[in-house]
Design a protein around this ligand. Sequence first.
Ligand SMILES: Cc1cc2nc3c(=O)[nH]c(=O)nc-3n(C[C@H](O)[C@H](O)[C@H](O)COP(=O)(O)OP(=O)(O)OC[C@H]3O[C@@H](n4cnc5c(N)ncnc54)[C@H](O)[C@@H]3O)c2cc1C
Length: 461
Amino acid sequence: MSNEDFDFDLFVIGTGPGGEGAAMQACKGGLRVGVAERYRQIGGGCTHWGTIPSKALRYTITSTMNVLKNPVFRELGIHASPTMEQLRRGTEAIIGKQVSMRQSFYDRNNVPIISGQARFVDENTISIDEGERIRSRSFVIATGARPYHPSDVDFAHPRIFDSDTILQLEEKPSSITIYGAGVVGVEYASMFRNLGIKVNLVNTRSSLLEFLDDEIVDALSYHLRDQGVVIRHNESVDRIEGHDDGVVLHLKSGKQLKTDILLWANGRTGNTDDLGLENVGLEPNGRGQLEVDEKFQTAKSHIYAVGDVIGYPSLASAAYTQGRAAGMHILGRKDGNLRINDIPTGIYTSPEISSVGKTERELTAACVPYEVGQSQFKSLARAQIIGATVGMLKILFHRDTLEVLGVHCFGANASEIIHIGQSVMNSKCHNLEYFTETTFNYPTMAEAYRVAALNGMNRLF
Ligand SMILES: Cc1cc2nc3c(=O)[nH]c(=O)nc-3n(C[C@H](O)[C@H](O)[C@H](O)COP(=O)(O)OP(=O)(O)OC[C@H]3O[C@@H](n4cnc5c(N)ncnc54)[C@H](O)[C@@H]3O)c2cc1C
């Protein structure tokens, strides 16, 4: 078919990081690209109800509470309790800035954004809101995911929330139960506890965030408990009762937890149900997710899928890279140097957690002879100066080649600090000596790498 048969070379569904990455990569490569978005503004769940609002709210809560807990303010007799509305105000401004900046990317690159729900009519045609028809040579599905809603939980009840609706919370509760202790659950547990709210964190598994290094998981559990979060492992929901004065969570173990509100943070479903996939012969799995190959192609080679709609790792960071990779493949290029599988974790609890590469558990299972170098933040001058002494950095390295195999960090700015380790792991000089032979600024948190590397070297014999 000729170019005239198609309105676009690529049509992207969704304007979150996955869709944006694909659209920008493809248009810069010279393709005619169009985009559909059903929400009233671009930016995706990432900008409006996921990453950006939750991180902005976390920042506001942490900085406000740090000021209010400061002994100088206490001495002055300043006691204040900001309302949810006040805490949210900054978030709205940041969302506004993100939307207008991202809109300018599409405008500058002449990528039209078509407002409405996109739905496949046939293999090369989509409809917008069941009306306008658009034909494209290829597609990227970047429709994201939403919180999973079991049918027996009444999400219309004013005291029962999911991770999308919790951001609209009008009044500060005095207690909350969070059901589900994945990344979203532990981040909100940390945030609400910082506000002085009583928190029950109910985990369906035997430990928190099992994909992390064991020592980091232990540290997270210790600090959450130390801050007053009540964690219950190995529990599962029997039923949830919403009342006028609170919510009761009945667990299969027979326990009952009553709090002012409940946040359901257990599972997500890919946004595929209204996409007309049956008209193109694609079938999502039971979680609404699409299967893709290493090029992000679905079973239909001209239809790609990226981001949360394909499941793990369900991170904005990864969605953007996946979108760019799909864009490159559509342009007929290899994604060459894009490190699709080199994805750091960043978990914005208090203390913050971040890691890259292998864990001790994985290295032990693979019989890799590794050694560990550690640096405790409490020994770093910078940490002492800024009062951020809780935390540590841990480098795992091969004891023969000194290759850095993994870096695990918790404490202030962990999600920034980790990138030094990630860069070294990916550079030509990917071994521990980089850290022992390099002069670091002093005093800095980055100095933790030198301290940890020397500590590790000292363990070798
Ligand atoms: C509370 C919370 C905190 C998070 N924190 C982080 C974090 O700190 N770091 C991180 O990396 N990730 C974080 N994430 C995950 C991150 O938000 C997602 O991984 C990311 O948004 C996925 O991007 P996406 O492009 O796949 O989808 P989304 O950002 O969800 O965008 C999908 C877009 O598609 C649109 N759409 C859907 N169907 C259609 C259709 N049929 N037609 C037209 N438009 C459609 C939607 O309206 C939406 O705008 C967090 C998530 C949550 C819920």
